[in-house]
Design a protein around this ligand. Structure first.
Ligand code: PHE
Length: 346
């Protein structure tokens, strides 16, 4: 037998024996382990000793030395175990080393879009707006009809919407369901169920069949705001949007909000909202944030409100755009590729 084989057999035996003695937790168990390793007949140590005879003559001194060491180790393990049992101490307690460094825990992070959404909810919450949610699968009434988008309107084009093939809205209507193309649907859902005044925001996913590129993605998020009460004006809209942008981006620097005339079927008058703010890198310039306007009387009527009694404003802003601008992200696709190296930065 080669010396190396003999030695590795001895080492394995020593390790096994030490473990077995350490875990013997009763006198009977200890005796069984003693017989297994130290037994005069057929004990493992005795068996290993037989191997000593088969080692080459020149290697005998080295082999014998190692064997004796192992024998001492095993006998010591037996003696220690015996002592511990006698003193009534549980070995498990003794062998727990609290100073061993633990496994580091990998801490997850919130997605940058989720962080942006939470911050927006927080800011708007302080301005008195309650966050509500609506379904992502919508019917014709909430996505179009009640928002003053008639049947003939190009916004309903199948090329601009994700219609769900074959599905129709419940309640007997035969109009198709679709993935909502805007969060304005939630305005209708809230107003249908609550008498004025209302002051809500809704944040969520919307879907449009755009080809993905640096600034487009077929799914993105909007923040929708709606305030309906007596005497609400465009000035209130602009103040709320300016306060919102100032709180989100501002710090000490001033943020400017600009309105450009526009058209949406559900608001009159309608505007595009732009914002200007100098970021940490010194970049500034007008950025399009989304659309807004005064809720169209037809919409108020559709939900049973009296446009002679109350007026309201609504806005819908792109969450990705704001998040990207805040962090200097230049490609929207990076937000949805789930590359941990990217996500770890936020
Ligand atoms: N729903 C519009 C869009 O998706 C934005 C908008 C919301 C405009 C509310 C006016 C009022 O483009």
């Amino acid at each position: 037998m080669a010396l190396a084989d003999f030695i590795s057999r001895c080492d394995a035996l020593a390790e096994q024996a030490q473990k077995a003695f350490a875990s013997a937790d009763s006198a009977d168990a200890l005796e069984a382990v003693r017989i297994e390793f130290l037994g005069a007949k057929g004990g493992q140590l005795r068996e290993a000793q037989k191997g000593l005879g088969k080692v080459d003559k020149a290697d005998k001194p080295a082999a014998g030395k190692r064997f004796n060491e192992v024998k001492n180790q095993v006998e010591r393990a037996f003696a220690e175990s015996q002592e511990q049992l006698a003193s009534g101490k549980s070995q498990a307690v003794d062998t727990f080393d609290v100073t061993i460094p633990g496994q580091p825990v990998r801490i997850g992070r919130l997605h940058p879009i989720t962080q942006t959404i939470r911050e927006m909810k927080d800011i708007m919450g302080r301005l008195g707006f309650t966050a509500v949610e609506g379904p992502e699968i919508e019917d014709d009434w909430h996505n179009f009809e009640a928002l003053n988008i008639p049947l003939s309107h190009p916004a309903r084009d199948p090329l601009d919407n994700f219609y769900l093939g074959g599905e129709t809205a419940s309640g007997g209507s035969d109009s198709p369901l679709l993935l909502r193309s805007q969060t304005s649907t939630v305005q209708i859902r809230v107003m249908e169920n609550t008498p004025p005044p209302v002051r809500i925001i809704s944040l969520g996913r919307v879907y449009r069949p755009d080809t993905a590129d640096a600034t487009h993605y077929p799914m993105f998020h909007q923040i929708e705001g709606l305030l309906v009460d007596r005497g609400v004006t465009m000035a209130d809209l602009k103040s709320v949007l300016r306060l919102f942008c100032q709180s989100y981006f501002g710090g000490d620097d001033e943020v400017h909000v600009r309105f450009r005339p526009s058209f949406f079927p559900f608001t009159e008058p309608s505007v595009e909202v732009d914002m200007n703010w100098r970021d940490a890198a010194g970049n500034s310039g007008w950025m399009e944030m989304g659309g807004a306007g005064m809720v169209d009387p037809n919409v108020l009527r559709a939900v049973g409100y009296d446009p002679e009694e109350v007026t309201g404003f609504a806005f819908g802003l792109g969450v990705e755009r704001i998040c990207m601008r805040q962090h200097g992200i230049t490609d929207i696709r990076a937000l949805y590729q789930n590359d941990v190296r990217f996500l770890e930065q936020f």
